[in-house]
Every structure is written in structure tokens, then in C-alpha cells.
Write a protein that binds this ligand. Structure first.
Ligand SMILES: NC(=O)c1ccc[n+]([C@@H]2O[C@H](COP(=O)([O-])OP(=O)(O)OC[C@H]3O[C@@H](n4cnc5c(N)ncnc54)[C@H](OP(=O)(O)O)[C@@H]3O)[C@@H](O)[C@H]2O)c1
Length: 307
């Protein structure tokens, strides 16, 4: 696990495209997603994050379709199993289904999506690591105690938790406050930050999120509270030829994390590239965090427990 360039998130790719049926309310096309892949790969961004539960398999299928024609060695796949969605097939069965949808025989980075019984689920990854069906293991939405237990279980078999993936944005810094960022830094564990853009709410957009979508229900009501923050992000970005969204991503990079950004348009990849070139000053970071705290919103996802 040495690649620290941002990862590309594909949760929204699992939306069915039918009105009212989808978390994001996105209208995505095969052609548009192929453009996203081409733009990303030509800019050296090749780590794709998905999960079995994104659209119950649709995201993995759409990703495989968009990646068609690229050699498997040209990109890396990060996908997850969700203990809470397991049937009798447990982890090995869920992995086989993901591999099938992704059209590959290995996953670069495999995640326990949400913590359930850590002592029960973590050992099931060991034979998959031994067989080479998965190359590296990460845990998502786990607190410090759960991360340590998963690492101990894998450690007894000669493996380790190599990555952590949690909600981390200007608005939601619980992993930092709980010491998870420090833990990752001290133990050489790569911390992947998701919801850096709060599903589009932290981009300074003037239009509300798509009516009827789940993300609209979560965020549209709090957009006015975010305006002072997003205006300042916009101003900081403008001085560097960048946008408020680019500043949100640059902040996550400045904090030592690897952002996973949900990209639905080729232009989003340009933002990601710009963000990598932005260095925020300590004063700017402190100011943005103070404005984020003053917004006084709680964007914890329904699937997350307190850190
Ligand atoms: N492990 C977990 O439990 C977990 C949970 C959530 C997410 N994730 C992962 O993290 C990824 C990122 O999260 P997310 O996709 O939910 O949300 P996100 O990255 O916070 O936001 C993505 C949305 O922001 C907008 N956007 C993206 N780039 C932009 C740019 N440069 N400028 C303006 N707007 C931009 C797009 O909205 P429009 O489509 O409206 O343009 C996009 O759908 C997911 O795709 C998934 O891979 C993991």
C-alpha cells in the first residue's frame, strides 16, 4: 500500500437512474462514466472504491463496464463486504460475487464495510489473503478499539490492517478527535477520508441537491448554515484558480489523509487534480475549521456509530 494519490468513489454509480430510486438522484450514463474513467486514468488516478451494497451490486457492475479495455494492472480495485448484509455465504461468498461483477480474480483492497462482531468477521479474511484473492485489508467505520482488535486478529496470522476508511470532512472530524488519525500516522496505516464533499453539500453549490434523493433529505435543510464556510472556501479557491470543492479536498490532503472523492462527471477529476496542487496555510486551515465548527451541523451518516 504505497499509492497515496486520491481514490475515486463510485457509490453514486449504483443509482438505478430511475427518478426517486437512488441515494444520489444522479442521472448517469455509461458514456459519461467512461469519460470519468478516461480522464482519471490519464491523470494518474487509478484507485476505484466501490462496495457490494452500492446499488446492491450495480456500482461494481457499472465500474467494470466503464473500465473495459484497460489492463487489470492499470488500475486498482477497492471494494467492501457488509457483515449486516451477509447471507449464509459469509465473506468468501460475498467476495466471489463482487469479483464476478467486477470481472476480475482479485481485489487490491478489501474492506469490512461496517463493524459488526469484529472477532467473528475479521478471521474470515485470512484465507482470502492467503489465497491471493485479496491483496490488502482495511476496516471502515471502525473506532480505535475495533481497529486494534481487527489488527491483532490479522496480526496473529501474519497480516495487518493496512488502511482505515472513515467519514472525515471539514464538517465531520470525529476520527481526528478520537485519535484515529494519529493512530494511523503512528502505525503506518493509510487513512482514507470519505464524504470530504458531504455528497455535494460542501462544494458551494447554489442549487439544492436533487429533489427526492436521500442526500437531499440529509443536506438540503442545512445548506444555509454552510454558506459562510463555503463562501470562504470559494474565496480561498478563487485566489488559486480553484473552486470551493477543490479547497475541501486540499484540506483533507493537508490533514494527511487520502480522500476518496465521489466522481460523477469528468470535470470532477479536474477538480481533484487542481486540489493536489493546492497548499493551504496553517492559518487558512484553522480558519476553515473554526467556520465549520460555527456552522454547528451534525452530518454523521445513519450507518456510522460514534467514534
Ligand atoms: N465506507 C463507507 O461507509 C463509505 C460511506 C460513504 C462513502 N464512501 C465512499 O466514499 C466515496 C465518496 O463519497 P460520496 O460519493 O458519497 O460523496 P462525496 O465525495 O462527499 O461527494 C460526491 C458528490 O459531490 C459532487 N462532486 C464531486 N466532485 C466535485 C467537484 N470537483 N466539484 C463539485 N461537485 C463535486 C458530485 O455531486 P453531483 O453528482 O451532484 O455533481 C458527487 O456525487 C463514495 O463514492 C464511496 O466510494 C464510503
Amino acid at each position: 500500500m504505497t499509492n497515496k494519490t486520491p481514490a475515486l468513489g463510485t457509490w453514486a454509480w449504483g443509482d438505478s437512474g430511475k427518478a426517486g430510486d437512488g441515494y444520489f438522484g444522479s442521472q448517469l450514463t455509461e458514456y459519461g462514466l467512461r469519460e470519468v474513467v478516461e480522464k482519471a486514468h490519464s491523470n494518474g488516478l487509478t484507485l476505484w472504491d466501490t462496495a457490494m451494497v452500492y446499488g446492491m451490486g450495480r456500482s461494481e457492475t457499472a465500474l467494470a463496464q466503464a473500465l473495459k479495455g484497460y489492463a487489470r494492472s492499470e488500475y486498482q480495485l477497492s471494494t467492501k463486504f457488509t457483515p449486516q448484509a451477509a447471507g449464509d455465504d459469509l465473506v468468501a461468498g460475498m467476495l466471489e460475487q463482487s469479483l464476478d461483477r467486477l470481472g476480475t480474480d482479485y481485489v487490491d483492497l478489501y474492506w469490512i464495510h461496517n463493524p459488526a462482531d469484529v472477532a467473528r468477521w475479521t478471521p474470515l479474511l485470512i484465507p482470502l489473503l492467503r489465497s491471493g484473492r485479496i491483496k490488502h485489508v482495511g476496516v471502515s467505520n471502525h473506532n480505535l478499539k475495533e481497529i486494534a482488535l481487527a489488527d491483532q486478529i490479522l496480526g496473529e496470522a501474519g497480516f495487518r490492517v493496512e488502511a482505515v476508511q472513515n467519514h472525515y470532512s471539514l464538517l465531520y472530524r470525529s476520527s481526528e478527535r478520537a485519535g484515529i488519525l494519529d493512530h494511523c500516522r503512528e502505525h503506518d496505516v493509510q487513512f482514507f477520508a470519505y464524504l470530504v464533499l458531504e455528497q455535494g453539500a460542501l462544494t458551494g453549490r447554489t442549487r439544492p441537491l436533487p429533489e427526492g434523493s436521500s442526500r437531499a433529505a440529509v443536506y438540503n435543510g442545512i445548506l444555509p448554515q454552510l454558506q459562510t464556510l463555503t463562501d470562504r472556501m470559494g474565496a480561498i479557491g478563487e485566489a488559486r484558480g480553484a473552486s470551493a470543492a477543490d479547497v475541501a479536498i486540499a484540506w483533507a490532503i493537508a490533514k494527511g489523509t487520502t480522500p476518496i472523492i465521489g466522481v460523477t462527471k469528468a470535470g470532477h477529476v479536474d477538480g481533484l487534480v487542481r486540489a493536489q496542487g493546492i497548499t493551504l496555510t496553517d492559518e487558512e486551515i484553522a480558519e476553515l475549521e473554526a467556520l465549520a465548527d460555527a456552522a454547528d451541523v451534525d452530518t454523521r451518516g445513519s450507518w456510522e456509530h460514534a467514534m
